[in-house]
Design a binder for this molecule. Structure first.
Ligand code: AVJ
Length: 318
């Protein structure tokens, strides 16, 4: 059975006022969710194919190599027939790769827009008629609460790709607590990018081909459409730096010259060199992430990594 639910959808006016508020701060900042218009999502897919961008490839290899052990651990922890809750499911391919080994009773795909999920879930439901599927349109970044039909059975929250890296540590803790609270025996399978050499990290976020630069600059194009700003992309430059003290990659857009951006109802002046902060991508030490999982209320934590120790997958439950 295939079902769809659209949660409270963000109104266009909310998007615009959120972006405007960020642009008007003394240190301008716009949420990374503004990367993902149609072109931005395609540019992100292109990023995952770059030589420099190791996370997607490393996580996939890790899941292939340790997949049987991970699935066995999930079955030991949750028993058979879990409810696989896929956060930020998109094309659903990462979760679908687990279906044969894991045999979930239910699959709940969660994404901001239920429309993307329709295209992915319809063929998937035909291929796996035994799994009850639900597409849920929901922005879980503010709060993860699911309708009752989504948490029937034992939920296993699946959050791959190190998307948790976009959250400040306190917000990450809150999300993990909400995952733990989905049921008395809820489990979590999560991919986390690790602290490593700054040059490797910075190359992954500032590639030679300039795809990440295009991805970052596309946020301004998106704002021009969404908010009605008059950003001229040629006046801006992509910046990605690893801040070791904060343990995060920061992405910024830097004004190449003094300029003024105008939009209906407001304007903002930028000096040459002034920046708009567009993304944090936190990198974790496995011990610190394990402690975070314990703080979130998980008792039992298992951990797998690749040979180079670049990326980690954690299974938490109990
Ligand atoms: C989708 C948040 C996991 O932080 O690596 C990739 C986004 N930004 N290149 C990441 C991103 C620039 C990505 N996440």
């Amino acid at each position: 059975m295939l079902q769809f639910i659209q949660g409270p959808a963000l109104q266009e006016a909310d998007w615009a006022s959120e972006a405007a508020e960020g642009l008007l701060r003394p240190r301008a900042a716009v949420s990374p969710k503004f990367f993902y218009d149609a072109l931005g999502s395609r540019l992100f897919d292109a990023i995952t194919e770059l030589d420099e961008y190791y996370p997607t490839r490393t996580e996939a290899a890790l899941m292939r190599r340790h997949g049987p052990a991970i699935v066995q651990a999930v079955r030991a922890a949750l028993g058979p027939g879990c409810t696989l809750v896929d956060l930020g499911a998109g094309s659903c391919t990462k979760a679908a790769a687990l279906f044969d080994a894991l045999a979930p009773a239910r699959y709940v795909a969660v994404d901001i827009s239920v429309d993307h999920l329709r295209q992915a879930l319809e063929p998937l439901q035909r291929q796996h008629p035994a799994i009850a599927m639900l597409g849920l349109g929901l922005d879980f970044s503010a709060r993860l609460v699911l309708p009752p039909q989504a948490v029937a059975g034992r939920p296993l929250v699946f959050y791959p790709g190190s998307s948790i890296g976009n959250f400040e540590p306190e917000a990450a803790l809150r999300l993990l607590r909400e995952a733990r609270a989905l049921g008395p025996d809820a489990g979590l399978l999560i991919g986390v990018d690790r602290v490593k050499d700054a040059a490797l990290l910075e190359a992954a976020y500032d590639d030679a081909l300039g795809v990440t630069a295009a991805f970052n600059l596309n946020l301004l194009r998106h704002l021009n459409r969404r908010l009605g700003t008059d950003f001229d992309l040629r006046q801006w430059r992509h910046v990605a730096r690893f801040d070791r003290a904060a343990s995060r990659i920061e992405m910024h857009l830097e004004a190449r010259e003094a300029l003024c951006v105008r939009w209906p109802g407001a304007e903002r002046r930028f000096e040459a060199g002034e920046r708009i902060h567009t993304e944090n991508s936190y990198k974790w030490q496995p011990g610190d992430f394990q402690a975070l999982l314990h703080d979130a209320g998980f008792r039992d934590v298992r951990h797998w990594t690749d040979e180079r120790g670049w990326f980690s997958v954690f299974l938490a439950h109990g």
